[in-house]
Structures are given as structure tokens and as C-alpha cells.
Design a protein around this ligand. Structure first.
Ligand code: MV4
Length: 449
């Protein structure tokens, strides 16, 4: 096992990683920016070092500072969490060059899946359904050829993009040229790579993703799917498992396809395959996330698998401690992401000092958070301050428990999305389960916002 793990992250996920290391018995090293001296991950870790000023580019993304801290204090592994350096293949390579284990998949896996056009190709080769689409397109004529086959609407995507960045929907011929030019320019500006490809655009899809875990010995298991359709501007707000939008047959096929793809690329560690589900029940691979995700907790709640600990064990070279047959997915889990934002003012971030903080508890309730009473939320990072995860024997119980937990939760001093979540959890459309990625937009229309 590792002698010491450095956590190259902050917030709730840094706390989550430290907790997993503690249970295994591994000392931890926190790194932090000057804005995070009072952060919880700093006080929970065995050791902590300031690595730079508040800007992420000078702290949590500062590779020389992170690597030299690891070398200086004898950390033999780095956990990148999510965001920041978690899907940076060059960082994974730099870690291994310094004899430090990057807790995650190989740099090659990250690179392969980071190139969305190559990821599509890999899926096609392994009989995983993808949306009708193209390889890299170099000119308008290539795209027109594709449109002749599938018709409008289509979507142009940056091959180096992902997570909603660098994409353009095209609905008619006279938009094509400008959208192609804009998308290529955006891709170049954001990812230093102007490769783009096209797909048939699926209107109002469901976003369903499959959690997988793999080890060095070719074993891969899935922990079922998550429905992440409740989102706005590519920011997920509520996730749940199982999805009420898919049939048991689709679930089986999707999860089997996810395992097949992960085995084909010799995937090691925790990963997620994202799929789009259309309103006729067809489903297509969208992209793969080669990291732990914010919403991993709902899968933990129904599977009883500690994904963080498994991630660390397999990174240390151990075999997965269970097979697919050992996994029983039990009940239903829902997660609400609580942000320090003002829902009344178009969700603008609301940093500041937390006066009162009383998290909910009781049977089936989990709160993952890095904040505490008296903590000042810095304005420089993500506005998520807590995740409330509730388990129930069925969706109804999980949802009622979530409503109860959200009502118990006291956070004062800053505006939060708690009231917004309470309304959605009790919303009739949400309750019915008949929602897709257009839910929040439609919800706001219904509420005249
Ligand atoms: C799509 C799509 C429809 N058709 N691709 C958004 C995030 C990025 N991973 C890809 N995304 C989409 N790709 C095709 N061919 C619709 C989206 C999309 C979306 C996907 C999942 C969750 C929310 C979304 C919101 C807008 C667009």
C-alpha cells in the first residue's frame, strides 16, 4: 500500500479522499492555496502545505509546486480528485516520471478518452452504440455530405472538448458556415486544438451514465447507472440511481457495453461512461470521464461499495475485492448539490461567511461537505458547498427523505440553493419521473422565471 497520499484538490472531494485514506491507514498530505488556509481538508490531513496564491493556475493547477511538495514530504501517490489536474494526461505522465503513482487510469487511457473523436472510434470498434456522426471534418462540404444522410439538426463538437464546452448546434444550411468557423475558433482558443467532428443532434435527451471500476488484471465491474438529467448550463443539480427512464433490458445492455468498452481499453480505476437516451429509448455513448465524479455517492449508497477506497486499492496494484456477482444494487439514492448561490438572482455565486451550519442526519442521510460554522467561502472556486445524499427502499422513500433532510439543513450567512432544491424535490414533474435534460428550463417557464 502507499506510504503517503498527496491530495491535489480542495473542497468536499479532498475531504472525501482524506477520509478514505484514513480508513485504509494511509497518512495524507493536503496542498492548499493562500485562500484556503482555513479549509477543512487542510486541518483533516496529516500534513498540509501552501503551494501558491488564490488563483487555481498558481496553486491547484501548479504542477511543479505539487510534484515538489510530494517529493519533499515523501508522498508516493497523488489523488487528483475531480476537475483541476484529474484528466490531465501530461500530469499523470509527470507523476510516473517522478516515481509517484497517479491515482487514476493510465495516461494513455486519459489521452484516448480525452480525444472525443478517438473515444467515439473506440466505442464503434467495440460495438457500443454512438450517435450517427463523422470523424474529424475539415470543411463545410464534409459536413454537408453528413447532413444529406441524417438531416438537421446536427451538432459540431470540439474533439478536445467535453462537458458541454466547445459545441454548436446547427439547425439549417445558412447557419452551417458560421457555426463551423465559430466552433473551430473556440476549440483552438480553449483547447489549443481546432479539430471538430459532427453528430446528429438528439433533442432533449436524458443523461444517463454508468459507473465502472477496473483493476490492473483486466477485471471490470459496473455499479449501475445514474440519471443526471436535472442540470442547467451543463451543471448537474440533482443525480439519482437507478434511472426511472430506462427499462431493465436497456440497463443490462448499457452496463454490459460500458464494461466491454472499459475492458477493451484496459481501463484501471474508477470511470464513467456517459450516454444520451432519446425519447424513443435509443441510447448512444457520449463521452467517458476518466476520474472520480461529484455524483459517485449515489452509486455508493445503493451498492455499498466505497468507490474511493477501491480506487486507491486498485491504484496500489490490488485486485478488485469483489466480482459483478457480489454486487447487489439495493434501493434508490438521490443527491442534491447545494451551492452558495442566489436562486433569486439567476444563481449568481454568493461567497461569504457561514454564520450557522446545522447539517441534517438520521437514517439514510449522508452529507459530504467541507464547510463549517464560521467558515468563509472564498469567491475564487466552485460554489458547491455540500452534497446531500439520501437513500430509500424505493424512489418515493428516497425523495421524501431528501425533502425532510433539505428542510432540516440550516445554512445562514450566505444564500444557498436549498430552497430551490426543496421546490424541485416536491415538483410534480420531478415526482412523476418523466423528465429529461430540458427539465430545469421547462420548470422555470412553469414558474414564470
Ligand atoms: C449531445 C446532445 C445531443 N445530441 N450530442 C452536452 C455535454 C456534452 N458532454 C455533450 N452534450 C450534449 N451532446 C448529441 N449528438 C446534447 C448534449 C447536451 C446535454 C447532454 C447531457 C446533459 C445535458 C445536456 C444539455 C445540453 C446539451
Amino acid at each position: 500500500m502507499f506510504k503517503k497520499v498527496l491530495i491535489a484538490n480542495r473542497g468536499e472531494i479532498a475531504v472525501r479522499i482524506i477520509r478514505a485514506c484514513r480508513e485504509i491507514g494511509i497518512p495524507t498530505v493536503a496542498v492548499y492555496s493562500q485562500a484556503d488556509a482555513e479549509a477543512l481538508h487542510v486541518s483533516l490531513a496529516t500534513e498540509a502545505y501552501c503551494i501558491g496564491p488564490y488563483q487555481s493556475s498558481k496553486s491547484y493547477l501548479n504542477i511543479p509546486a505539487i510534484i515538489s511538495t510530494a517529493l519533499m514530504c515523501g508522498a508516493d501517490a497523488i489523488h487528483p480528485g475531480y476537475g483541476f489536474l484529474s484528466e490531465n494526461a501530461d500530469f499523470a505522465d509527470i507523476c510516473s516520471k517522478h516515481g509517484i503513482k497517479f491515482i487514476g487510469p493510465t495516461a494513455d487511457s486519459i489521452r484516448l478518452m480525452g480525444d472525443k473523436s478517438n473515444a467515439r472510434k473506440t466505442m464503434i470498434e467495440n460495438d457500443v452504440p454512438v450517435t450517427p456522426g463523422t470523424g474529424i471534418v475539415n470543411n463545410i462540404d464534409d459536413i454537408k455530405e453528413f447532413v444529406k444522410k441524417v438531416g438537421y439538426p446536427i451538432i459540431i463538437k470540439a474533439s478536445a472538448g467535453g462537458g458541454g464546452k466547445g459545441m454548436r448546434i446547427v439547425r439549417k444550411d445558412d447557419e452551417l458556415e458560421s457555426m463551423f468557423t465559430i466552433c473551430k475558433q473556440e476549440a483552438l482558443n480553449n483547447f489549443s486544438n481546432d479539430d471538430v467532428y459532427c453528430e446528429k443532434y438528439i433533442e432533449n435527451p436524458h443523461h444517463i451514465e454508468v459507473q465502472i471500476l477496473g483493476d490492473k488484471y483486466g477485471n471490470v465491474v459496473h455499479l449501475g447507472e445514474r440519471d443526471c438529467s436535472i442540470q442547467r448550463r451543463h451543471q448537474k443539480l440533482i443525480e439519482e440511481t437507478p434511472s426511472v427512464a430506462i427499462t431493465p433490458k436497456t440497463r443490462e445492455k448499457m452496463c454490459t457495453a460500458a464494461i466491454r468498452a472499459a475492458k477493451a481499453i484496459k481501463y484501471e480505476g474508477a470511470g464513467t461512461l456517459e450516454f444520451l437516451l432519446d425519447n424513443d429509448g435509443n441510447w448512444y455513448f457520449m463521452e467517458m470521464n476518466t476520474r472520480i465524479q461529484v455524483e459517485h455517492c449515489v452509486s455508493e449508497m445503493i451498492s455499498n461499495v466505497d468507490i474511493l477506497k477501491e480506487q486507491i486499492y486498485v491504484a496500489a496494484g490490488e485486485k478488485l475485492s469483489f466480482t459483478q456477482n457480489d454486487i447487489i444494487l439495493r434501493g434508490h439514492a438521490i443527491e442534491c448539490r447545494i451551492n452558495a448561490e442566489n436562486p433569486e438572482k439567476n444563481f449568481i455565486p454568493c461567497p461569504g461567511k457561514i454564520d450557522a451550519y446545522v447539517p441534517p442526519g438520521g437514517f439514510g442521510v449522508r452529507v459530504d461537505s467541507h464547510v463549517y460554522q464560521g467558515y468563509s467561502i472564498p469567491p475564487f472556486y466552485d460554489s458547491m458547498i455540500a452534497k446531500v445524499i439520501c437513500w430509500g427502499r424505493d424512489r418515493h422513500e428516497a425523495r421524501r427523505r431528501m425533502y425532510r433532510a433539505l428542510k432540516e439543513f440550516v445554512i445562514t450567512g450566505v444564500e444557498t440553493t436549498l430552497p430551490f432544491h426543496q421546490d424541485i424535490i416536491e415538483d410534480e414533474v420531478f415526482m412523476s419521473g418523466k423528465f429529461d435534460t430540458s427539465f430545469i428550463e421547462e420548470y422555470n417557464k412553469r414558474k414564470n422565471k
